[in-house]
Design a protein around this ligand. Structure first.
Ligand code: HEC
Length: 155
């Protein structure tokens, strides 16, 4: 009589533990996406901040040309691996990322690569002191951002 009872107790303790761990696990998974989303929105805002500062110099003539090397270098670093910021399923809870990203992952990677290439091309022109190239390379960069936002970001 005592033995089966002990077994039952042990089983239910194990069951409770398993349930508890399961709950902790799913809460953790939820938090993980939330943190990932916060992180990538921060990276996107950093990208946007650098692009805004570059526009002020290249398009509007703000006298901070000496900082272009720094801003474009940051862009090269920040755009180095955009797909890594979008793990599958991170279209929830609070994000403007569309779920089409993961249905059309190859295109998403292509558009990320276009932005990375455009940032590198802009940085190279700054480093070479090739000022005539800056407006066109900057425009290319901006269009590459737009191309991805049009398809994969909620308005
Ligand atoms: C390959 C796709 C892709 C590329 C390339 C891309 N973005 Fe984004 N961007 C997104 C997606 C998707 C979001 C929405 C992210 C979210 O809400 O989780 C976003 C969000 C943003 C945001 C809003 C961040 C916030 O506060 O929520 C800014 C600003 C931004 N991008 C700027 C840029 C700029 C500037 C470039 C180009 C230099 C760029 N992005 C290139 C996909 C891209």
């Amino acid at each position: 009589m005592e033995k089966p009872l002990r077994f039952l107790t042990a089983a239910s303790v194990a069951g409770t533990l398993a349930l508890g761990l399961g709950a902790v696990h799913s809460v953790h998974a939820f938090d993980e996406h939330e943190a990932t989303i916060d992180y990538r929105q921060g990276v996107m805002r950093s990208i946007g901040g650098n692009v805004g500062s570059i526009a002020a110099v290249v398009v509007d003539g703000a006298e901070f040309g000496d900082n272009l090397e720094m801003h474009t270098r940051h862009l090269v670093d920040l755009t180095a691996d955009i797909p890594a910021l979008f793990p599958e399923g991170s279209d929830f809870p609070d994000t403007d990322a569309k779920e089409e990203i993961w249905d059309d992952w190859d295109r998403f990677k292509e558009l990320s690569q276009d932005t990375k290439d455009a940032a590198e091309a802009l940085h190279a022109a700054v480093e070479a002191g090739d000022d005539d190239e800056l407006p066109i390379r900057f425009r290319n960069l901006g269009q590459s951002c737009q191309a991805c936002h049009d398809d994969f970001r909620r308005d």
